[in-house]
Design a protein around this ligand. Structure first.
Ligand code: HEC
Length: 418
């Protein structure tokens, strides 16, 4: 009895330590997991860092600079359009060896937890798609890697039912009650996670447009490439009707006003491939980005962290202050030697695209709502923007329609069907 209580207390203590890290992180840097040694940071899929799943993950996600290791805490692999290290020796052969070890020893049988299998598939798929868009160089090495990764992606695939039964980690994050749920006027830099974002009839209204994904640029660009479904939400301080009126004003008025306190979110949700080879929209949320017009803007981001997700801590969400620039960027930050500032900070990175234009903060900032204004990201000539109220399923269908025609999916399915 005593032993059990002690064990429980130890458990609570560890959780408190971890949660403490999450809260503290709102002020600190993103390296939140205390590292006893470098190995332990990579003990993500199993407590043994030497487990073949951990070694595969580390081989593909680890980058180093100035003796420091990066990648274990990153949602997306640190791979850019011009990255070369993946194809050069001795790294390339090491990768082939560890992937072969996984395949030859039936590594997929070692872990049954559906959540880990889902994440692992997602992690391998991200590297596979990168290889396809990077294909203009190193074709033969790339093909060897693609062939092995596609087999792993297939072998760890879950059934559609299993994917749909994965946890809704946004709900878990809200229920954990760790993060503020609304803008903190006294601490405007603190990230918050709205509780009613996905509730029907809440003041948050999801946006959509006919025919194509509302979030067309992210969907069709690296590193996303149609492996996630995005949805944009808008909320004004004037309730649901006020928000609907604001959306109408965006389309009918030439100089619409963004009410002070208006917020927009960009939500990224994970797609997975079922064991039948179908794309399935999972209940897992990967990223939440929030902008608030005070009227000057504040920016927030929560990202999925594998360690916290697997330990069931706040749905795996952590607030980010610094990020690697992977979307619309200047190329590999490690190989191009842009040290020591490898990461860019929020809000600077966000402002590089969502700047107030013109700088009259109140009336001008609708231009910074890019899914509406398309400022600097114009649609193609024959496309029109007719804003509608959206939903996950219709965005999912539009993403599938794009993905199945893309070379990343065509290559993967041709390996899959071999
Ligand atoms: C490289 C340019 C770029 C950067 C950097 C960027 N965004 Fe965006 N963002 C976009 C584009 C483009 C869209 C419109 C959706 C689409 O088509 O992909 C968008 C949409 C959004 C939306 C939905 C509302 C809207 O404006 O359309 C939010 C919220 C958002 N971004 C938040 C952020 C946050 C927070 C950051 C910083 C962490 C950030 N963005 C950094 C380009 C960028």
């Amino acid at each position: 009895m005593k032993k059990k209580r002690l064990k429980n207390l130890t458990f609570i203590f560890i959780i408190c330590l971890l949660i403490g890290c999450i809260n503290a992180e709102q002020n600190n840097k993103d390296e939140v997991i205390p590292l006893q040694g470098k190995e332990s940071a990579w003990a993500i899929y199993d407590s043994d860092p030497n487990h073949v799943w951990n070694r595969v993950f580390r081989q593909l996600y680890q980058r180093t600079a100035d003796g420091k290791e990066y990648g274990f805490n990153e949602l997306d692999p640190l791979l850019w359009f011009d990255t070369t290290y993946m194809f050069t020796e001795p790294f390339y052969q090491q990768t082939i060896d560890v992937l072969d070890e996984f395949l030859n020893t039936n590594g997929e049988t070692l872990i049954n937890d559906p959540l880990k299998r889902a994440m692992f598939q997602r992690d391998m798929w991200a590297v596979f798609d990168w290889l396809i868009v990077r294909e203009w160089e190193y074709a033969s090495q790339s093909l060897e890697l693609q062939s092995r990764l596609s087999q792993i992606i297939k072998r760890v695939a879950l059934s559609k039912e299993q994917i749909l039964s994965l946890p809704n980690n946004y709900k878990q994050a809200v229920e954990a009650k760790i993060f503020p749920t609304d803008f903190q006027a006294q601490y405007p830099e603190n990230a918050y996670l709205p509780v009613d974002l996905f509730e029907a009839n809440s003041a948050w209204v999801p946006l959509s447009r006919e025919d194509a994904p509302i979030v067309i640029t992210h969907t069709t660009s690296s590193p996303f490439l149609g492996r996630s479904v995005f949805l944009v939400f808008i909320r004004t301080p004037n309730g649901r009707q006020g928000t609907l009126d604001f959306i109408t004003s965006l389309q009918t008025q030439s100089q619409p006003i963004t009410p002070i306190g208006t917020e927009t979110t960009l939500v990224r949700r994970m797609l997975l491939i079922s064991n039948q080879g179908d794309l399935v929209l999972s209940p897992l949320f990967e990223k939440i980005q929030i902008r608030r017009f005070n009227p000057e803007q504040t920016f927030y981001e929560f990202e999925l962290n594998r360690n916290y997700l697997f330990k069931n801590i706040a749905g795996g969400f952590i607030p980010k202050k610094e990020i690697f620039s992977l979307f619309m960027n200047h190329g590999d930050e490690f190989e191009n030697n842009r040290r020591p500032e490898l990461k860019t900070t929020i809000p600077n990175i966000c402002l590089s695209c969502h700047y107030d234009y013109p700088s009259t903060a109140i009336s001008g900032n609708t231009q910074s709502i890019i899914s509406y204004s398309r400022h600097n990201f114009p649609l193609s000539e024959n496309e029109t923007l007719n804003l509608l109220v959206g939903d996950w399923n219709s965005e999912f269908q539009k993403v599938i329609a794009w993905k199945v025609k893309h070379k990343t999916w065509m290559s993967l399915t041709s390996f899959w069907n071999q």
